[in-house]
Design a protein around this ligand. Structure first.
Ligand code: G3P
Length: 306
């Protein structure tokens, strides 16, 4: 059973204590023009538009509740809505170019068929990546990672999720190396968080450059019943990313005790957002960054003591 589904009064004292800590932190940092203390303390991406608290609003595949996921319009709107980070998914075209797309197959979110890996970049660029959502977005194309980096540089931090479909035994010129090279080319190595459900990719990014922030995306099949802090140590990562559904009570305790940055996906309800913020998670992935921003702002208003 997940921590949040089994939450009851037994934990209310602890939650109240965490609320107090959170509220005190907010009091002193909410108006800070500098990067929040959390970004300096941990190896997390530096935010271009830090709102000053120790919590990160992450737009999951952009503002994907309102715009076609993983497209430039979804990313632009996420910035306008006040997201502090954008999560996006990468895989590789047939001719080896890192592109931004979630599914292995094209049919659900474009007018293409078959697998992404069977299409060259030129062929992918001819597809319509917006009409599945609404015909008014028919001009949306599958972006390359490079296009998104050009857009994001100086504007918003990125969580780059390397899709398992794109990870292979190839290290030289594999997706990890290519993505990291592009990130560095655009000067964003301090503004990205890499993550993957494939722990080989997680290891490789750290082997290429141990300074680049990396998160482990929890995957039961690779985790051998280890606790989050053991996984974080084993893979030498900077953060633990987990689904709301899988998050367990004892994991939250473990993560808090070991002071590990924790990001939870994908949360679109106000009630769940409030519960996670009170539980002192580091950030939430949401398809509705505007809603999360208002929940965070209300939380600060109700918990600021001065
Ligand atoms: O990276 C967080 C979340 O997006 C992971 O799940 O299925 O959207 O790749 P998924």
């Amino acid at each position: 059973m997940s921590y949040w589904n089994t939450y009851n009064g037994k934990y209310s004292m602890r939650i109240k204590f965490l609320c107090l800590i959170f509220a005190l932190g907010s009091t002193f940092t909410v108006n800070s023009p500098a990067q929040s203390s959390m970004m300096q303390k941990y190896n997390l991406p530096l935010l271009y538009n830090d709102d000053g608290d120790d919590f990160i609003i992450i737009a999951h595949r952009g503002a994907s509740a309102y715009y076609p996921e993983n497209t430039m319009v979804a990313f632009q709107k996420a910035v306008e809505m006040g997201a502090e980070m954008i999560e996006l998914d990468i895989m590789m075209s047939k001719d080896g170019v890192p592109i931004v797309f979630h599914d292995a197959k094209l049919n659900k979110h474009t007018n293409g068929n078959s697998y992404v890996r069977n299409y060259t970049l030129n062929e992918l660029k001819k597809l319509d990546a917006g009409s599945w959502f609404d015909s008014k977005f028919s001009d949306q194309k599958i972006p390359t990672l490079e296009e998104v980096l050009e857009f994001a540089s100086g504007k918003i931090a990125l969580n780059i999720e390397i899709k398992t479909e794109a990870v292979s035994d190839k290290i030289e010129n594999g997706i990890e190396q290519k993505a990291l090279q592009l990130v560095k080319k655009h000067g964003m190595e301090n503004h990205v968080l890499f993550s993957s459900f494939d722990y080989r990719a997680v290891r490789r990014i750290k082997q290429f450059d141990s300074n680049v922030p990396v998160a482990l995306l929890y995957d039961k099949s690779q985790s051998n019943r280890l606790l989050p802090h053991q996984l974080v140590e084993k893979y030498n990562v900077d953060a633990f990313n987990c689904s709301y559904r899988q998050l367990k009570r004892k994991w939250m305790t473990d993560l808090n005790e070991h002071d590990i940055p924790t990001f939870i996906y994908t949360v679109n309800s106000k009630r769940k957002m409030q519960k996670l913020i009170a539980g002192s998670v580091t950030g939430i992935f949401t398809n509705k960054p505007d809603l999360l921003k208002s929940v965070v702002e209300n939380y600060h208003l109700n918990n600021t003591t001065d």
